[in-house]
Design a protein around this ligand. Sequence first.
Ligand code: PMP
Length: 461
Amino acid sequence: MNKITNHLPTAELQALDAAHHMHPFSCNDEIAKKGARVITRADGVFLTDSDGNEILDAMAGLWCVNIGYGRDELAEAAARQMRELPYYNTFFQTTTAPTIALAQKLAELAPGDLNHVFFGNSGSDANDTNIRLVRTYWAWKGQPERTIIVARKNAYHGSSVGSGSLGGMAYMHDVNSMPIPDIVHIDQPHWWAEGGDSTPEEFGLQTARALEAVIEEHGAERIAAFIGEPIQGAGGVIIPPETYWPEIQRICRKYDILLIADEVICGFGRTGNWFGSQTLGIEPDVMTVAKGLSSGYQPISASIVSDKVAKVMDGSDFFHGYTYSGHPVACAVALENLRILEDENIIDHVRNVAAPAMKAAWESLSDHPIVGDTRIEGLMGSLALTPDKTTRAKFATPEGTVGLICRENSFANNLVMRHVGDRMVISPPLVITPDEIKILITRARKALDDTYAHLKANDML
Ligand code: PMP
């Protein structure tokens, strides 16, 4: 068999990929027809593909490469740890130094009394942990009937059966007997798409109060927790109205319901603070983190838990965990990533340099004929593609048709932007410079121009 390396011709790599690799969240037949784009290397905010194109990655991979690509320090941290202790488990009253150090560091960084860390390998499995954790918490407190977890439509919490059930993407539930029992989804605070004639402030209150309505319907004694992303990411970077989170927080406190903030995207600087909860004014009992925790250099996630929750959970055997919970190599890499975020003041760079430059540049796209609702918080942004920005109209084509055209135009212009329905989203590495932001916006505008021309030429406006 041929050794498969970047040196093979692109077509050969694509054929082998199509023959054997099943892509996540994809139609593999379609990819086989077109050929997957083969990414060969990356540095800073730029990817290189097998044809030598330099592509600005305005998605930081999958919202995760916060410190940017190509940091040797993380490779060295991994190699050092692999040589010393490549693996040991944390199940049977054993631990390792990097696991301890990372748990301690996360307790220091996380707000409030979130001082206890349960490790996993992905955002999905961390949210599965959270399902079991909050239900177990209430059972051990003598309230085993508190099993319902309230989540939002169009939320994304992962794609395992548990975390996918928390998620509110109906197309993921089809034919899968999902959601699992006792998950209730309420409306999302997506004013642009669903706010009708109400003001954003009114809509924020209205969608938050849907939580109270669920509590009243089922009885507070049945509700274990509410889970939400501070800013919905995969749902289209939906920045909630300012009234939303304070009202959710008030309701959770009033009925003694645990609040889980899914910080898988918002965590580690994305919104200009260490955590999205700080930006949005949320005080969670449990936080899910992953992605930016290691900047994607290793798969690692965690549930960070408050003193109150840990006090109950620490009292008995919690029959839950993963072979790689607290993996020493992943922990060593995450620690090095956090060191770089701190030592290089990358979160200050987001807050003081990159986010203000990006906000001005991103919002400047609102003069484009098919762009409405340019929204950005820190370095996560989105814009709505619309045939009529004054009425917030949708295109006549099925949702996502125009978004996909724009995404392809963006790719063709060497910019990775993602589409969610007919919304374009960005989430670049946090180290992006003002000059790179200019490149990003120039390419985004070109993608929008190309999309507009396509829509006009094909009578799609
Ligand atoms: N939660 C959120 C908010 C996410 O955005 C994601 C991934 N996009 C997940 C959970 C799932 O993480 P993973 O893909 O690592 O399982």
